[in-house]
Design a protein. Structure first.
Length: 576
């Protein structure tokens, strides 16, 4: 009976830590396989992770009612402010400045998006409340590292052994269809898209790199550098340009903060320059070896410099030829046959990119279509025809695609944003500058239009368009406040876990850059992970504050005891 009491007591003390660690690992690792529709006809569905998060909320509330949890962080109140603003935005979109019909289908979709943000923030509350000691911090960090390694392993299997892909690139795929990647497809591992995977890696790779540099034991340094290296390989396999740039920016911040800990200016400069140079060399070697697709996606930058473009194309074709020869020499072929009854997918931009396994080899750039379109696939449109008896029928006719000026100048990926998505968000902001147009309304073509998926591909514009200026300020004030507290933790005299604050700052800067091109804070696996890491850092900040308070109280007590002894001795000497 006593042992059973001990088990329940231990579980009561550590249940939030167990749930936090489980969710931090489970959410990124478990594919987006749906359980049920939440809103008919909508791409967002109920998944297993939602049930686990709901259970976690119940446990958290029970602990709150039992006074096991303290509401001591300003981040909690900032989150509540944003959620209230978001709720006002929903009410405004429905009742005051309507941007949708008053129908359950439309209101349900908007309310679902608001609830998703609430769900994301749950990971902050759980992790913050779970961490009560440095040992708890170390456990959560180990979960992050092992989860990253598992994601890399699955990505490798996906790339070379046809391990299944579960995507949400369109509504049909989001039903849980088993897919497999073609040879030159972008790896997405356990994520629903390669952009989401790349954004996740921007977070964890900066954290792991900071850990690698701060370790004192050689085997730990080697271990974390190896995990960072294989994670970098996976990031390159995603071929996400903006995430790659965001990762490098985050690494620069990490190395700068680590260099600032050196004692003199010269040692700061030497340490920072050497480490950053070595990191760039490593990235360059990895890019040359594995980043053919990533290199091609950077090619459009050279379009204004014909000589540089021609030189790059010549080098790229030579590199592709060498790669093919090496594969033939080593017989590097996929060992498994393509899966039966699965769908081949290459994560392409819409239906207009090449579906073949062989990449096009160009002796000169093709100016008849955008850089990121390899095959001209005609557009299928419906044309009305009238028969002799007056019956109207619709037939499918294929017509040649036309490309916008932005598509020809910047590529199709950028053009979709410049021509459609970003102007839609700006119009949403103009609709209601204070509270925005409402969640899930930015891509509506008409008042009655029901969109089956949402995307702005710029998280700043999305927040501004959906929740207005109040939502923008309240949301990003959470992140700014978290950065401020993390920087204060970095300046603390407690350097044992300073790598955590450094890695978090680098990851946040990288993610904010990533947010210029992708809706990273609305992507579930990325958002859950980021807010969990935020909870971990803020919890450590308050642990450090408690340590200083305890240390100050202890020193004050010792000082009082010392002065009392002096007074006693003086009294004795005066009497004598």
């Amino acid at each position: 009976m006593t042992s059973l009491k001990k088990v329940f007591s231990w579980l009561d003390t550590n249940i939030l830590l167990l749930i936090s660690g489980f969710l931090i690992a489970f959410i990124p690792l478990y594919p987006k396989i749906p359980l049920a529709d939440l809103v008919p006809g909508y791409i967002v569905r109920l998944r297993l992770e939602d049930l686990f998060v709901f259970f976690a909320i119940l446990v958290w509330f029970v602990q709150v009612l039992r006074h096991k949890i303290k509401w001591r962080s300003i981040i909690f109140w900032l989150i509540i402010v944003y959620l209230l603003v978001g709720l006002l935005s929903v009410l405004s979109a429905v009742f005051f400045l309507p941007s949708m019909p008053m129908e359950l289908l439309h209101i349900g979709k908007t309310g679902l998006h608001w609830m998703r943000y609430l769900e994301y923030f749950v990971l902050f509350g759980l992790t913050f409340s779970a961490v009560k000691s440095k040992k708890d911090v170390q456990i959560i960090i180990n979960v992050f590292v092992l989860t990253t390694l598992a994601i890399v392993v699955y990505g490798y299997g996906q790339r070379f052994h046809y391990w299944p892909v579960f995507s949400t690139m369109n509504r049909e795929f989001s039903k849980g269809v088993r897919l497999y990647l073609t040879e030159n497809a972008r790896v997405q591992s356990t994520f629903a898209g390669h952009y989401d995977l790349a954004a996740y890696l921007v977070i964890v790779l900066n954290l792991i790199l900071a850990m690698a540099y701060k370790q004192t034991k050689s085997w730990k340094k080697i271990w974390f550098h190896l995990v960072h290296l294989v994670g970098l390989w996976l990031l390159i396999m995603t071929a996400s340009r903006v995430s790659f740039v965001a990762y490098i920016a985050g690494v620069a911040v990490v190395i700068f903060l680590l260099a600032s800990e050196q004692p003199t200016f010269l040692t700061k400069l030497k340490w920072g320059v050497t480490r950053f140079t070595l990191t760039l060399l490593l990235i360059g070697v990895m890019m040359l070896q594995f980043g053919v697709d990533m290199q091609d996606r950077f090619l459009h930058v050279l379009r204004g410099y014909p000589q540089a473009e021609q030189s790059y194309l010549a080098f790229n074709n030579w590199q592709n030829d060498v790669t093919r020869q090496v594969k033939l020499a080593l017989n590097l072929k996929k060992k498994k046959e393509t899966p039966d009854n699965w769908i081949a997918v290459d994560n392409s931009l819409d239906e207009v990119l090449s579906k073949t396994d062989e990449r096009p080899v160009l002796d000169k750039p093709d100016r008849t279509r955008p850089d990121d379109v390899y095959t001209d696939v005609p557009v299928t449109i419906k044309v009305a025809t009238q028969s002799a008896d007056g019956t109207i029928e619709y037939i499918s006719v294929k017509t040649e695609r036309t490309w916008s000026e932005n598509a020809m100048k910047y590529g199709l990926s950028v053009a979709i944003r410049l021509d459609t998505l970003w102007p839609n968000a700006i119009q949403g902001f103009k609709h209601n500058p204070l509270l925005g147009k409402g969640y899930g309304t930015l891509n509506k073509e008409t008042f009655q239009h029901f969109t089956e998926a949402e995307s702005t591909d710029n998280n700043f514009l999305r927040v501004l368009g959906e929740t207005g200026l109040l939502g923008f300020i309240s949301f990003y004030s959470i992140i700014i406040c978290a950065l401020f507290l993390a920087y204060k933790l970095h300046q603390s005299d407690n350097t044992y876990y300073s790598f955590l604050s450094i890695g978090f700052i680098g990851a946040t800067v990288g993610l904010l850059i990533n947010a210029l091109y992708i809706d990273v804070f609305a992507a579930s696996k990325v958002a859950f992970t980021y807010w969990a890491l935020t909870g971990l850092v803020i919890a450590l900040y308050y642990l450090d504050q408690d340590r200083k308070i305890c240390k100050g109280t202890f020193l004050k007590k010792k000082f009082q005891e010392f002065t009392q002894k002096i007074k006693n001795k003086l009294c004795l000497s005066n009497k004598s």
